[in-house]
Design a protein around this ligand. Sequence first.
Ligand code: AHR
Length: 506
Amino acid sequence: MPRAHIELDTHAVIAPVNRRTFGSFVEHLGRCVYDGIYEPGHPTANADGFRLDVVELVKELGSTTVRYPGGNFVSGFRWEDSVGPRATRPVRRDLAWRSIETNEVGLDEFARWLKLTDSELMLAVNLGTRGILEALDLLEYANHPSGTALSDLRIANGTPEPHNVRMWCLGNEMDGHWQTGFMSADDYGKLAARTAQAMKTAQPDLELVVCGSSGSGMPHFGDWERTVLEHSYDFVDYVSCHAYYQEYDGDLGSFLASALDMDYFIDTVVATADHVGYKKRSSKKINLSFDEWNVWYLHKSDADGDNPDPAAAASSEWRRAPRLLEDVYTVADAVVVGNLLMTLLKHSDRVTSASLAQLVNVIAPIMTEPGGPAWRQTTFYPFSITSRLASGEVIRPVIDAPTYDTARHGRASVIDAVATVDEGRAAVFLVNRDQSEPAQITIDVRALGATRVAEATTLADADVYAQNTLSDQNRVVPRANTTATLADGVLTIELPPVSWTAIGLE
Ligand code: AHR
């Protein structure tokens, strides 16, 4: 049985836990909005048509900031179409997903939905097919209190209070050839800088996210970030990162080590952003908004996975709310999602905002059936438990564990871990990447002053490909790990093969 020892030292503080690390993403894509969060005929729907069973699951998930309305969708979106009387809103073609957009749900309705889920709105502007003026108009509609044409229009549309949106994305994946209006780094960097300058002139306290590369596999990764930031550094606050992972050709060992790639990705973008900052002699630091991350079986036909083309997943016919990107997640997927979230926490000093992509039906932790139930995918659990338990400050653990070779990510530790410590409580998150053996773990928690295990929960299954489905919604659930004991400041726990575990300490 592999054995590992973990030391926790409260002096090894990385940064405070950012609540925005637990953000998610709602795009007008497939059945995320329509037949997902919104289904007027559903028995649980409220007066706005929002499903309250979904609202309850979103609250349980513990998602904080929600990025909206895209994604690739935003690059063809006219925000004006989605406000005002529903009966007069135009029906349009969405080129990104080859779908019909009815505009039944727009900014004002979505902001009301966010209030139900107690979440913060992170809004994207269209820089693919629109520009500075439209971004300023949307900002005026959303945030200006009253007394101007667009703020008064919002009030006339039934929303007297401004939405007060702080975080704004300056377009989406503007480097991707699938993006409507995609650009060179030079063109985008200039447009982003000008748009950001104008938006901050209107409202200086905005937090603006400039687009990084759409993935670390893009040939221009690194160069894109450098060029874009050389133009926009002084006007923006974040650079975005997007990463999706999947198992290739039965190589579970590499897949389980996906967090190493995310780690490398983050370090590279931080180094690039800081390089530009040093060159500019700027005292300002650009943080990372990891605003799309998840497991996504996007590259089913792409052998090396380095050339993503999300548009290939688009609908073949023009339909409203087609079933797109409805990945059904396994236990192994949930272990990887839990591990990716641990990596984001370990980078809390620079990754100060993140969004699990996406929230409902579309590569999502929550699934729904029209007129039917809503249920939790396997990936729901590591996210919701981490969001509930992680608080205070993130601690970098010292891990002494066996390692193994992976084809895609080099040598990986069999065990990964991160801890958080707060007043009166602490939490430790662990994964065991071993595919056949349980691991025996000892953790020195004396520095935390912990005396009691409040809870220990593990997600694992004899079948690592087990899933939750419409017909078997609770096939995979996290279970109490009864092997956890704490004596003389040493916590001992056994982790099943291919598992994710959370321990709450008092
Ligand atoms: O999350 C699905 C899609 O992936 C988003 O629309 C896009 O930004 C990315 O390519």
